[in-house]
Ligand binder design. Structure first.
Ligand SMILES: [Zn+2]
Length: 68
């Protein structure tokens, strides 16, 4: 994906009132939902999982797991 694709993704994210992250910029809610479902993001707080893996199912990060 080139700069034009990234720019479009960022614009879509801002239009949707998207989530801002320090690492990857701005994403729309659709992208965030997909990343949560794939296990890349915590399903509770939406932060990146420590291993940046995508096991294919929703996961909870250590911080959120500790609050139970
Ligand atoms: Zn979390």
């Amino acid at each position: 994906m080139g700069n034009r694709g990234l720019q479009r993704l960022a614009d879509a994210g801002r239009a949707a009132g998207g989530l801002v992250t320090k690492r990857k910029g701005v994403f729309g809610l659709g992208e965030v939902a997909e990343m949560i479902l794939s296990g890349l993001l915590c399903q509770v707080c939406g932060t990146y999982m420590d291993d940046f893996a995508e096991p294919g199912y929703p996961r909870t990060c250590e911080d959120c797991a500790d609050e139970k």
